[in-house]
Write a protein that binds this ligand. Structure first.
Ligand code: TTP
Ligand code: MG
Length: 400
């Protein structure tokens, strides 16, 4: 089968994102080596570099490097603490711009997204014009530069966006994919981690071409499922779709008893157990829910549900348990033994976010962003980041 443009995937990645925003907001930093991250404290600071401006990169400074090391390499650099709320407000603007090009967007991180533009590319006059338009719109609205890669798969689009950074536009048409990949080192393959790269090197595989020409059976033996996956990537085959984060509409757990029960104490303790399970899952996914559901099935399989909607969403075991217990009491005296009991929570909202519905695409994207910001917060501590409410307040002040 000859490769074709049936799918058109763009990958957008902002250039030196945090540092570029600092330079934009503080014109005196433009053209200078700016390092965003922990306090260097004269080379004795702890923590790491979040990112470095392109002016700082020739000194060897890069993301995730100890800040003390960055200071050794670039003592005259300008060191800035991260301002997560500010960066998030830029992210939102950028993702809003991307929506002008297609509704099919997968936000990957705070400055990066895949766009499936298969259905919309013709509206923009073809692949090259579309790529240029994305970059131009981002620049016009935010003042920042983005690098864009376009190809017929996510994997190649991602490699392409990195190929001519900063301010790059790299289009790899389907017929050029194999030559493009062949010349690359396997380190460039999306999904080949450090370990994998080392193991490949042990087999004498350094370039993508060598990987592609290597016997598949051996790769499979050495790497398990990863072997064929890498082999496919090396041939430019990547069927992965651009997917929005799945909306979780409810979370529930239930228990079926081995024997039917009407022992209230046992049923209550089961409710507590289920409430705990549900709330843990909500917290893990950073959701809270407003409506609590109780389900009871009796020995004759008759099934009843009751629910109650709270004034405020929760993900606390205690809240969920209390409501379930009250709902359970509404059943009054149990005339028949219970066979199954279930607890659920719906009407979910992103924990840190405003109390809007998660169902629509825009808010799903916000939830992803908030999750990213949570991860940043974990990395940088609270100082650099504020809560979503403050984010929203700032956002509206900035009139984005
Ligand atoms: P990246 O897109 O990986 O890096 P970048 O935008 O700074 O530079 P490039 O031009 O090479 O794309 O990450 C986006 C932002 O995420 C980055 O500006 C800071 C943050 N980040 C960290 O805080 N720690 C990290 O280890 C990485 C990789 C990124
Ligand atoms: Mg980037």
């Amino acid at each position: 089968m000859t490769p074709d443009w049936r799918k058109v995937i763009a990958h957008v990645d902002m250039d030196a994102f945090f540092a570029a925003i600092e330079q934009l907001e503080h014109p005196e930093l433009r053209g200078k080596p700016v390092i965003v991250g922990a306090d260097p404290r004269g080379g004795r600071g702890r923590g790491v570099v979040s990112t470095a401006s392109y002016e700082a990169r020739p000194y060897g400074v890069h993301s995730a490097m100890p800040i003390s090391r960055a200071y050794q390499l670039c003592p005259h650099g300008i060191y800035r603490k991260p301002d997560g709320a500010l960066y998030a407000s830029y992210s939102r603007k950028i993702f809003a711009i991307l929506e002008e090009f297609t509704p099919l967007i997968q936000v990957v991180s705070v400055d990066e997204a895949f766009l499936d533009v298969s259905g919309s590319v013709h509206l923009f006059g073809g692949v090259a014009k579309l790529g240029a338009a994305i970059k131009a719109r981002i620049h016009a609205v935010t003042g920042l530069t983005a690098s864009v890669g376009i190809s017929n798969s996510k994997s190649v689009a991602k490699i392409a966006s990195d190929y001519q950074k900063p301010d790059g536009l790299t289009i790899i048409p389907p017929e050029a994919v194999q030559d493009f990949l062949d010349a690359l080192l396997v380190t460039k393959l999306w999904g080949a981690g450090k370990k994998t790269v080392e193991n490949l090197a042990r087999l004498g595989i350094v370039t993508v071409r060598q990987l592609r020409e290597y016997p598949l059976e051996v790769l499979e033996k050495k790497f398990g499922k990863m072997g064929p996956h890498l082999h496919r990537l090396a041939r430019g085959i990547d069927e992965r779709e651009v997917v929005e984060r799945e909306a979780i509409k409810s979370v529930s757990h239930e228990t079926t008893f081995g024997e039917d029960h009407n022992d209230r104490e046992l049923l209550n303790s089961t409710l507590l157990y289920l409430a705990e399970k549900v709330s843990t899952r909500l917290r893990k996914k950073d959701y809270r829910g407003k409506t609590i559901h109780l389900k009871l099935r009796f020995e004759d399989f008759s099934t009843f549900t009751r629910n109650k909607t709270l004034a405020h969403p929760t993900n606390l075991t205690e809240d969920i348990y209390k409501v379930c217990k009250a709902l359970f009491e509404q059943f009054g005296e149990l005339k028949k033994p219970v066979r199954l009991i279930g607890v659920g929570v719906s009407h979910l909202v992103a924990e840190a976010g405003s109390q809007t519905s998660l169902w629509d695409v825009e808010n799903q994207r916000k939830a992803v962003l908030e999750k990213v910001m949570d991860q940043l917060q974990e990395k940088f501590g609270k100082a650099g980041l504020t809560h979503a409410e403050t984010l929203t307040a700032r956002k509206s002040r900035r009139k984005s």
